[in-house]
Design a protein around this ligand. Sequence first.
Ligand code: TRP
Length: 442
Amino acid sequence: MGPRDHFATRLGFVLAAAGSAVGLGNIWKFPFMAGQNGGGAFLILYVAFVLTIGLSVMLSEYAIGRAGQRNPVGAFRVLKGGAWPAVGALGVIAGFVILSFYSVVGGWTLAYAIKSVSGALASNDPKVLGAAFGAFIAEPRGVIAFHTAFMAMTLFIVAGGVQGGIERASRVLMPALAILVVVLAVRSVTLEGASKGIAFFLTPDFSRVTWGTVNAALGQAFFSLSLGMGTMMTYASYLDKQVNLPKTAAQVTLLDTGFAVVAGFMILPAVFAFGFDPQAGPGLTFITLPAVFAQMPAGPLFAFLFFALLAIAALTSAVSIIEPVVSYLIDERGVSRRAATWGAGAVTWALGVPSALSLGPWKDVTLGGKGILDAVDYLASNIMLPVGGILITLFIGWSIADRAKEEAQSDGVHPFALANVWIFICRFVAPAAVAWVLIGGL
Ligand code: TRP
């Protein structure tokens, strides 16, 4: 998308925003986070955060982006100036951090798409599949090659203006992924022994909830909805005045959350049915799903389709992570799109290398008690994005409240009955709640 291109239709924007939101966060991260954080309690906290804070921040980013008609730094500058553009700059930095590890996991999905046709994954034995993932991840050359391939694909899309193509393609491929995820969830919940996993996912055990759990659920809400760093702001800057922002925010949010919940049903029942460890962390989806495919007719075909579609969903998200960075470099620094894309991409790629090595050769290197990939994810999702969210909602609530209300109602075209509730949440509820969770989590 060029700097001042516009979405032709509201549907086009919903698909692009949903394409950004739906990705590895829903299908890779949500199930393993739920597995690590007690299942049902995590689900409830996550949904509660999405419906209150998530929706409010989503609408806030839309309003800032469309009112500012610029990259995040520029939008804050034209709307208010002062120190506010620094919020946009924080988002640009977060973009580098997030894409660095996102691309590594995107590379895993590419590798698994290939492995699923080569027959390397045809087993339902947790030991065999765990060892297969372990062997893949331990070999740095392969992991870095796939990280490189994923990053290159992302950059080609961003640099080359093939967006028209990928947007059109994702109109077909995203629904295809949705259907596949539902089919796999049905297979998973009907496995023998699945009921323990269903109970784990749906029955909250609040005795196991810690600040860490609450912080994780909040971070997951931001990450999965693509909030807190200016992605949604940047996309909304390409949006027409006629579009109904609150309605669009609600649709994108529900679509994203729906995807995550179904992905939970796809993974967690199978984890229990086959005797995998729900605490396995970032490898969980990659070791569990092949066992599900092994229980299906035409399993390798399903496996290939699934990982290929997941890689595409991850690409549409990756594009949206780097787009704010690129649009900042173009608008504010006068860099050409091509130079901005490849320059930012090279830095991000290099930042990703330690994450790529962190489950293999560097698995004993820890930062704050976590492996490198987990630590980078934690820094971005559980700290940078929520801090961004606090600042974004404070900006809406205290700095540009009247302007924001007008923008959210498209200058009277789409009356929004809850406008004052939204402003109230942005003024008090969201900043206080997020700050409280952050402080408690540290
Ligand atoms: N939401 C995407 C996912 O779930 C990832 C993503 C895209 C993102 N843009 C973002 C995360 C901006 C944080 C901020 O996979």
